[in-house]
Design a protein around this ligand. Structure first.
Ligand code: PEP
Length: 250
């Protein structure tokens, strides 16, 4: 059986609609669908429609939002709801990215509410968890991950479980050029998966790794059987570089 891998691009605050269209046109020239490979893009909210439209003939591509509010509508100036991003073409949503947690103060409870809203609307949620450098150095990696993960696992309805994925993103590795070793990542991935054991999950929980993945280290990370894909920021911004990375592994 071909191993199924997800390659997820998080564009953060880069690429408006025009740049996104250029990216899609070039990336589509450089790649074609491959069995066992899913390509996920999380553009800026304003570019979701352009990316979804540009890839409409690519069954291997999914487009998502980087963040949503949990309420479907109301007086929440500046926010985007799940129905709104879905209308723009998003089928996936990133939840609890460390930049949301650490820069914008998103709490574990808020991440859990967002996850429920995303899944209840039929979309797929990629929930990010990971420890800070201080937590890793204090030997508290598993405590930190457990704290972010358990509430999410508790609130997910059984019927929605197959649409929940976790991204293990050590905070000290994001945008720093410093990645977790493949073995360290795999160990945390196994810990994450162990949290669903005993909760009656039958589907395999898919866990992606994120944190300074690039063309030089992606293959070694993806070679770990406990790694189901990668979530990539900086190295996903350029179509040639991203096409090279998604051509690795599998
Ligand atoms: C991310 O944004 O989720 C990320 C992992 O960023 P980078 O690849 O730049 O470290």
């Amino acid at each position: 059986m071909v191993r199924s891998l997800v390659y997820a691009a998080n564009w953060k605050l880069h690429h408006g609609p025009a740049a996104a269209r250029d990216f899609v046109a070039r990336f589509a020239e450089l790649t074609e669908p491959r069995e066992g490979r899913e390509l996920w893009f999380f553009p800026t909210a304003i570019a979701i429609a352009a990316v979804a439209d540009g890839f409409r003939r690519r069954a291997d591509v999914r487009v998502g939002a980087q963040n949503v509010h949990w309420e479907p509508k109301g007086a929440f100036t500046g926010e985007l709801s799940v129905p709104l991003v879905a209308e723009a073409g998003a089928t996936h949503v990133l939840v609890g990215h460390s930049e949301r947690r650490h820069i914008f103060g998103e709490t574990v409870e808020q991440s859990a509410r967002k996850t429920v809203a995303v899944l209840a609307a039929g979309l797929t949620a990629l929930v990010c968890v990971g420890e800070t450098l201080a937590e890793r150095e204090a030997g508290r990696t598993e405590d930190a991950v457990r704290r972010q993960l358990d509430l999410v696992l508790e609130v997910v309805a059984t019927a929605d479980r197959s649409r929940l994925l976790i991204a293990y993103e050590p905070v000290w590795a994001i945008g720093t050029g410093r990645n977790a070793t493949p073995a360290d990542a795999a160990q945390v991935h196994r810990f994450i998966r162990s949290r669903v054991e005993g909760r009656g999950w039958t589907d395999r929980l898919r866990v992606l790794y994120g944190g300074s993945v690039n063309a030089g280290n992606a293959l070694a990370i993806l070679a770990e059987p406990d790694v189901d894909g990668v979530l990539v920021g900086g190295a996903s911004l350029n179509p040639e570089g991203w096409a090279e990375i998604v051509g690795l592994g599998g």
